[in-house]
Ligand binder design. Structure first.
Ligand SMILES: Cc1ncsc1CCOP(=O)(O)O
Ligand SMILES: C=C1C=NC(C)=NC1=N
Length: 219
């Protein structure tokens, strides 16, 4: 990519954003990624976190295998938190939380790659924009079991409030989102939905991704 990603392109990538790590998967993570992309996942984030998360070489090798699948499918591959790993694998971007390395210094290190930042308030959203974020992840919208230290549940109202406050940058909602809830999230102003368990723990990963994609595409 030469310049920073265009907002319109970013919004497309946020439609059905699969976030996963080996901890979230029943089947092999690579298989889950492949099936989800067949179903319609538009972007993939490698988020290897939690007690049973892989570390060291096995973690790097899993990330590399997922990156390869995303490249073959033409789907952007994002790494959560670990900027070093993102650069090592030449990922398409990184996603950082509020308490990770500051967005300004991450932007410095990753150049024109995609930078996603978690934001829980309008103020955090404004700061992320100021520091050059390409999208913000807002949530948890609904109760979630996939993140131990999740902030309080916000509901879709936070998305409406951000849009009403004039925040028009690409936004993805995250937290407890299922196919049934995806429409409400997008209807409240998100450009798409980021999902872990509704896809990774689904009976049919492909069908789950497809139904969430269909709901998110209504925009
Ligand atoms: C990473 C993250 N950030 C806010 S909630 C969450 C977990 C979302 O997982 P699920 O889609 O299974 O609720
Ligand atoms: C915490 C997060 C919030 N939003 C997104 C998109 N990813 C994350 N890991």
């Amino acid at each position: 990519m030469t310049g920073r990603i265009a907002p319109e392109m970013m919004r497309q990538h946020l439609r059905m954003y699969l976030v996963l790590g080996s901890v979230n998967c029943i089947a092999e993570p690579e298989w889950v990624v492949q099936e989800a992309m067949v179903g319609g996942a538009t972007m993939v984030q490698f988020r290897e976190k939690g007690r049973a998360a892989l570390t060291g070489e096995p973690r790097i090798q899993l990330a590399r295998r997922i990156r390869n699948l995303c490249r073959q499918a033409g789907v952007p591959f994002i790494v959560n938190d670990d900027v070093g790993l993102a650069l090592k694998l030449n990922a398409d971007g990184v996603h950082i939380g509020q308490d990770d390395e500051s967005a300004a210094s991450v932007r410095e290190r990753i150049g024109k790659r995609i930078l996603g930042v978690s934001a829980h308030t309008i103020e955090e959203a404004r700061r992320a924009i100021h520091h050059g974020a390409d999208y913000i992840g807002v949530g948890p919208i609904y109760p979630t079991v996939s993140k131990e230290d999740a902030k309080p549940v916000q509901g879709p109202g936070l998305l409406r409030a951000m849009r009403a406050a004039g925040i028009d940058m690409p936004i993805v909602g995250i937290g407890g989102i299922t196919a049934e809830k995806a429409e409400e999230v997008v209807g409240a102003g998100a450009d798409g939905v980021a999902v872990i368990s509704a896809v990774t723990a689904a009976g049919s990963v492909r069908d789950a991704a497809a139904s969430i994609r269909a709901k998110a595409d209504v925009i």
